[in-house]
Write a protein that binds this ligand. Structure first.
Ligand code: 13P
Length: 250
């Protein structure tokens, strides 16, 4: 089973129109040889999605949203449906990022309904899981991540669904787990995805690592068994850094 690596950038609440030039620069350097080895996606703030789609072009950098509402439409002031993101040019959407779990009190159950809504709208959800520092220190990392996977991933999700393991304590911290810890967690995550989806589907599911992925550590982190790509925060804001990470696959 070959899984096409995915390097996805999460811009979080960063980026005005001037930042679209970075997406243009990424597209300009994303040549056929690199495209054959890895898929590149940027998840800008929703305000930039439609503009980014014009710049990125259909055969270049893919685009994603950072969250969606579980409903397809209705009286939900300030929210965006998966269909709206798709209409604006997205093919992916991040759901259940730890910042949304914390800032907006999102539960596994809500995240599962968001992932379902994304799939129904024709988007690929990138479902995020990960333990806190306290949970890891207490020896509960796999227990927490296992429970999040079982409750956040729709049991009937297609194998195109993407899982992102992002230890909360590694995000924006300049810290990463050891490669041995990442290997152990990703192997466990794949077993758990299999327990959830069944039918051998987990062999095709891409499991990304996220948390302080930088040009300097990308080759090491992306070379770990069962790591099928990265979800990159800070280092995805500039084309040079994001491309340097993706170059690990060339
Ligand atoms: P950093 O790469 O900035 O640590 O962020 C990771 C992240 O949260 C991506 O979703």
């Amino acid at each position: 089973m070959t899984r096409r690596p995915l390097v996805a950038g999460n811009w979080k609440m960063n980026g005005l129109r001037a930042a679209l030039a970075e997406i243009g620069a990424m597209g300009a350097s994303y040549d056929a040889a690199l495209e054959a080895r890895a898929e590149l996606v940027i998840c800008p703030p929703a305000t930039l999605l439609a503009l980014a789609a014009e710049i990125a072009g259909p055969a270049s950098i893919g685009l994603g949203g950072q969250d969606c509402h579980p409903a397809s439409r209705g009286a939900h002031t300030g929210d965006l449906s998966a269909a709206m993101l798709k209409d604006a040019g997205a093919s992916y959407v991040i759901v259940g990022h730890s910042e949304r779990r914390v800032d907006h009190g999102e539960t596994d159950a809500l995240i599962q309904t968001k992932a379902r809504a994304a799939i129904q709208a024709g988007l690929i959800p990138i479902v995020c899981v990960g333990e806190t520092r306290a949970e890891r220190d207490a020896g509960r990392a796999t227990e927490i991540v296992g429970a999040q996977i079982m409750a956040s991933l729709p049991s009937d999700a297609p194998q195109s669904v993407v899982l992102a393991y992002e230890p909360v304590w590694a995000i924006g911290a300049g810290l990463t787990p050891t490669t041995a810890d990442i290997a152990q967690m990703h192997a466990f995550a794949r077993e758990t995805v299999e327990a959830r989806l069944g039918g051998g589907k987990s062999a095709a599911v891409r499991i990304l690592y996220g948390g302080s992925v930088k040009p300097g550590n990308a080759a090491e982190l992306l070379g770990v068994a069962n790591v099928d790509g990265a979800l990159v925060g800070g280092a995805s804001l500039r084309a040079a850094d994001f491309l340097a990470i993706a170059e690990a696959y060339r």
